[in-house]
Design a protein around this ligand. Sequence first.
Ligand code: ADP
Ligand code: GN1
Ligand code: MG
Length: 351
Amino acid sequence: MLDGEILDIAPYGSGHINDTFRMTVSNQGTEKDYILQRMNGDIFKNREELMENIVRVTSFLKEKIVAQGGNPDRETLQIIPTREGEDYYKEGEDGWRVYPFITDTVSYDVAETPWKFNRSGYAFGNFQYLLADFPAEDLHETIVNFHNTADRLEKFKKAVEADVMGRAAEVEKEIHFILERQRDCYFFGEMLERKEVPLRVTHNDTKLNNVLFDKLTEEAICVIDLDTVMPGFAAHDFGDAIRFGASTAAEDEKDLDKVNCSMELFEAYFDGFMEGCRGSLTKREVETLPMGAKIMTFECGMRFLTDYLEGDVYFKTHYPGQNLDRARTQLKLVKDMEEKWETMQTIVKKA
Ligand code: ADP
Ligand code: GN1
Ligand code: MG
């Protein structure tokens, strides 16, 4: 519940899913900022369950952070309940939530230095470490089959088949590239069946702009965007971060010559992630980290292309064809990772 007068509400951040606003409230002469968010109801069908997850996870994190002598007001999100004591405000099909705005922080769309990327790796590794004994069975699956790559492949094939926008012919090369590599989509599912890797509580959307950096210390202090915290693979959290942050260009760069996976950034993130996980990953999990990077990038490319074929109904776009540009950068990154496979293996063997 917030008392006071709303002075300003302005769009904020560059997320692809929710509508995010920075809201300034004045109360008895003091101004305070909040993050006001409309959850995307097309994507998150069950906001009740989603918010239950977030409240559980953030309460758990708060206790851990306090126990370790940290500052929970800066190191975790915390939901501000409504006047009625609900976790969020329901307005028809919409759901709105409010978090305190964590002041003097910044989130990056590009890793400015390997060191900053290293710290984001630490933050996501630490996030997973802190949640290692969270009761995973308490979590709802907010998006079913979110990182089930085999299921993403099926959905992609259906979109190609249906071709509702008549765009398939234009992207024949990209379709071919994906189909040539479809075997990879089963990698983690098969590993799980053979019980070679465990399911952990993971973030599942570890891109660089989902962590807040302290402007003063330049440390990555708070993992945000908790909509997809669910049981998953450590290598997926590692891989999704590499996909976005180790790229030498923007996610929608048109000039593919500029798009490469930087091994310097890969190594920086690997070191930070391992530090944050504090030895909790098994040997096999560490071995699968490069595959996590390749598969998360491949899956994301497939998702962007699926959305392009379906008429841009999932990811927010700011110009026509943006999802195709995004898909192309991801597929270029996959190709580049294949060429740098040995280097990635050498880096993870350090551990
Ligand atoms: P989306 O799901 O659309 O990506 P996010 O939850 O990631 O939405 O929020 C979008 C952006 O808003 C983030 O990248 C970050 O820059 C900013 N942001 C979100 N929560 C906070 C917060 N509590 N304090 C400060 N900035 C925030
Ligand atoms: C979305 O919400 P945001 O912008 O942090 C998406 C991720 C994709 C990413 C691609 C819930 O992340 O899975 O990897 O875009 N989130 C959801 O940039 O689908
Ligand atoms: Mg986000």
